[in-house]
Each structure stands twice: as structure tokens, then as C-alpha cells.
Design a protein around this ligand. Structure first.
Ligand code: GDP
Ligand code: IMO
Ligand code: MG
Length: 416
């Protein structure tokens, strides 16, 4: 399993693409089109929102599991885009019959809720779609089998959404007609790809095939373990994978946490190690830190060992992949946060209360930079001693072995 161990955008797409070589299945198990996973193949960049990052390996099948909230329009346009760019998707992508659909009214509700809550969501309808799922009024892929019955139900759902929009003081309104047209258009394309993906994954595991589970977002965006309420609406941590893929937890034998060599976050909420504006701007330029889904500039700061140690605990991480080490190549002294000062106390554990976290002052240790390019390193021994010392310190602080180090966005730019 590959999970994000910070606030998302750690480089999961790149790591999954590298590991997918030789994998039979790559399974997305939570989140939806809020994700933006970048894979660089040769000179081409692909940003995947809904389709698993294994899709660029022709021999790998990709699964969208039951725990994902599926935006059918995004899915189909992503498929068309990939096919246009020479990637065969047809016959290789399987969608769970149990996955819930994200419909246009969910996006309107997301936008309306943002006016008050200001979480800084991606606007992709994720929260409202999961609310419908847990409120037991969601529409699932399986419901498209009996389309006429679903078209009857959709009217009620849209009207309910419109009542909510009006209560929220929003002038946005969803149209029943538009929803019916959409479902009529999409159902015939979606249904041939739909199956019991839990069964497919189970069978692949029983046959001893390599199955990779691809997480979206990151531990600090988990609805239970993240910086609530500034989180997404799913369990992004490892526990969510068994549920969202429809397999037992005993089937999972390794959990790889992906972390950037520094920290970023998109959207609102606490970010204790956020750098001062000038340093943040430098990191943003060096790391090209702009959201893959919304294009928003990412907030940037230093590596936070409190965050990653916590992510290691709540995920049961067995290994780490450290990405974007090359982004730090020109930084002379690199701060690393080892604890927080909250009031008079030194705290080494992530506080549960977001307000407390707002007042947390990072306790920094400063490490020497290496001031040399690392993009061509392919073995740890190729890295400058200061870069190795930096990685050693991270490993020490987090107490999880570093298995991979990524030194550029390309497939080949990996140590491990
Ligand atoms: P994800 O959501 O976790 O898959 O990450 P994103 O794709 O949203 O953001 C990661 C960005 O960093 C993408 O633009 C990647 O191409 C890029 N990237 C991944 N690994 C590296 C690396 O080691 N070095 C550099 N410079 N860029 C990387
Ligand atoms: P990947 O998979 C970074 C953030 C949003 C917002 C919060 C809630 O590419 O790492 P939502 O739309 O989910 O209701 O937004 O979560 N967020 C992400 N941040 N990477 C992501 O995905 C994210 N998906 C959601 O910015 O703060
Ligand atoms: Mg991303």
C-alpha cells in the first residue's frame, strides 16, 4: 500500500507509477477527483484525478474500489484524454459496482458550503457525496443497471439538494433534467466497466499476483486523524484501504508512506512549519508547488517530524519514500521540526485540537544543506554526505526506514 503521510501531494503518483512495474492490479480505494496524481513518462506529464496511477503500464489492470466517490464525467473525460495520448484504457479499468457517484448537485453543495466553512476544498463535491453515502441516500454505480428506477430517484435527490442550497442562502440550483441527461449519457459507458472489484482483487491476491493499493490525499487530511475540520471526508490512512478496496486487513503486507523532503499544504487549516513568505515563495518556485487539481499555489514549509511520526503511527508505516529531495539542492541551512512548543510545554505528539495546533511553535533543528544537484543520483552513495545526513536524521526522528528517495519527477530519478 502507498499512502500520503503529510497533507497530500507528496508524490504518490510518481511512486505508484514506479512500483506498478510488474503489478497486476493498482487499486484506488478512497477519495475521488479531489486527488491529482502526477506521473511523468518520458517527456510527457499525466495528471490523474480518478484513474489509478498504474494506468501507464500496459500490463497492469486498474481498479476504482468501492470506497472511492466516483465522478463519472471526470472519469470518462480522463479515459478519453489518455486514449487520445496513446494509452489504452479500455479493458484495463474496472469500476466497483459499490462505488458512490459524485453528481453535479454535490459540487454545487460543496461550493455553497465553502462560503461558510472555508475549508478550501477542491470543489469536487467530495464532502457532499460522502454525506449522501453515510446518510444512506447515495447513488451507486450498481444503481445504473436499472436506469429508469434511478432516474425516478434522482429527481428527489436534486430537489433535496435544491432545498439545502436555499437553506444555505445560495442562489445555485441543480437541474433534474441535466442530471437525467447526464446519467442517460454516462450509464452505457460506465456499466461495461463495472464489476465486483472486491472479488477481482481477492482472486488476484489468491493467485499470488502483485496488488498495489494507491491512497489519495494524506494522513493529516484524514477525517478521523487529520487536522479536523480542515480535512477531506474519507479515511486516507491505511485502515481505510481494506474497507475501500473490499479486502481484509490481513491481506496487506506493507505500508509505504510517501513524504516530501519538506512540507506543503493546499487549502486552509494549521501548518505549523509554514515558512515565512519569502522562504515559502522560494520553496514554491523550486518545487513548482501549484495544485495538480485546482492550480492553487501550495503553502510551503519545512519537514515536520511530529507530523510524519504521527502519520507513521496511525498508518502503521513499514517504510518511507522521501520525494523531492532535489528541491532542497540550493538551500544552505535546512530547518527540520523535531517538536512543538505549545505554551510552556514541549510536545512531540500531534495534538488533537486544531486550535492548539494553531498556537504550536515549531522547535527546529538546522541541518547543513549540500548545495549540489542530486537529480542524477541513483544510489545513496551518489548523494552528497549532507544529503545522506539529512535523510538519516529524518529516519531517526520518524523511526521508519527510508526505502526510496526520489530526486526528480521522472521515473528513472529514484534511489531504492
Ligand atoms: P500526489 O498527489 O501525491 O501524487 O503528488 P502530486 O502529483 O500532486 O504532486 C507532486 C509533484 O511533484 C508532481 O508535479 C510530480 O511530478 C513532482 N515530483 C514527484 N517526485 C518528485 C521529485 O522527486 N522531485 C521533483 N522535483 N518533483 C517531483
Ligand atoms: P492528492 O491525492 C492535497 C485538500 C483540499 C482541502 C481539503 C478538503 O493529490 O494528494 P476536499 O475537496 O477533499 O473536500 O478538500 O483537502 N485536498 C488535497 N490536498 N492533495 C490532495 O489530493 C487533496 N485532496 C483534497 O485542498 O484543504
Ligand atoms: Mg496531488
Amino acid at each position: 500500500m502507498v499512502v500520503g503521510a503529510q497533507w497530500g501531494d507528496e508524490g504518490k503518483g510518481k511512486i505508484v507509477d514506479v512500483l506498478a512495474e510488474g503489478a497486476d492490479l493498482v487499486v484506488r480505494y478512497q477519495g475521488g477527483a479531489n486527488a491529482g496524481h502526477t506521473v511523468v513518462k518520458g517527456d510527457e506529464e499525466f495528471i490523474l484525478h480518478q484513474i489509478p496511477s498504474g494506468i501507464l503500464h500496459p500490463g497492469t489492470r486498474c481498479v476504482i474500489g468501492n470506497g472511492v466517490v466516483l465522478d463519472p464525467e471526470t472519469l470518462l473525460s480522463e479515459m478519453d484524454d489518455l486514449e487520445r495520448r496513446g494509452v489504452t484504457v479500455a479493458g484495463r479499468l474496472i469500476v466497483s459496482l459499490r462505488a458512490h457517484l459524485v453528481l453535479p448537485y454535490h459540487k454545487l453543495l460543496d461550493q455553497a458550503a465553502e462560503r461558510e466553512q472555508r475549508i478550501g476544498t477542491t470543489g469536487r463535491g467530495i464532502g457532499p457525496a460522502y454525506e449522501d453515502k453515510y446518510g444512506r441516500r447515495g447513488i451507486r454505480v450498481a444503481d445504473l443497471r436499472d436506469l429508469s428506477r434511478t432516474l425516478e430517484r434522482i429527481g428527489e435527490r436534486v430537489e433535496r439538494a435544491n432545498r439545502l442550497l436555499s437553506l444555505m442562502g445560495s442562489s445555485l440550483r441543480a437541474s433534474v433534467e441535466e442530471h437525467c441527461d447526464l446519467l442517460r449519457r454516462l450509464a452505457p459507458r460506465l456499466m461495461p466497466m463495472a464489476a465486483d472489484t472486491s472479488r477481482i482483487t481477492y482472486d488476484a491476491l489468491r493467485e499470488g499476483k502483485k496488488v498495489l493499493l494507491e491512497g489519495a490525499q494524506g494522513a493529516l487530511l484524514d477525517v478521523d486523524h487529520g487536522t479536523y475540520p480542515f480535512v477531506t471526508s474519507s479515511n486516507t490512512t491505511a485502515g481505510g484501504a481494506a474497507v475501500g478496496a473490499g479486502i481484509g486487513p490481513t491481506a496487506i503486507d506493507a505500508v509505504l508512506g510517501v513524504v516530501k523532503a519538506y512540507t506543503t499544504r493546499v487549502g486552509n487549516g494549521p501548518l505549523p512549519t509554514e515558512a515565512d513568505p519569502q522562504e515559502a515563495a522560494r520553496l514554491r518556485e523550486l518545487g513548482e508547488e501549484y495544485g495538480a487539481t485546482t492550480g492553487r499555489p501550495r503553502r510551503c514549509g519545512w519537514f515536520d517530524a511530529v507530523v510524519v511520526r504521527y502519520a507513521a503511527r496511525v498508518n502503521g508505516l513499514t517504510d518511507l519514500a522521501v520525494t523531492k529531495l532535489d528541491v532542497l539542492d540550493t538551500i544552505e541551512r535546512i530547518p527540520v521540526c523535531v517538536a512543538y512548543r505549545i505554551g510552556d510545554e514541549i510536545v512531540e505528539d500531534m495534538p488533537a485540537d486544531s486550535a492548539l495546533l494553531d498556537s504550536a511553535e515549531p522547535v527546529y533543528e538546522e541541518l547543513d544543506g549540500w548545495c549540489r544537484p542530486t537529480g542524477d543520483a541513483r544510489r545513496l552513495a551518489d548523494l552528497p554526505p549532507q544529503a545522506r545526513a539529512y535523510l538519516d536524521r529524518i529516519q531517526d526522528l520518524v523511526q521508519v526506514p527510508i526505502r526510496y528517495v526520489s530526486v526528480g519527477s521522472r521515473r528513472s530519478q529514484i534511489i531504492g
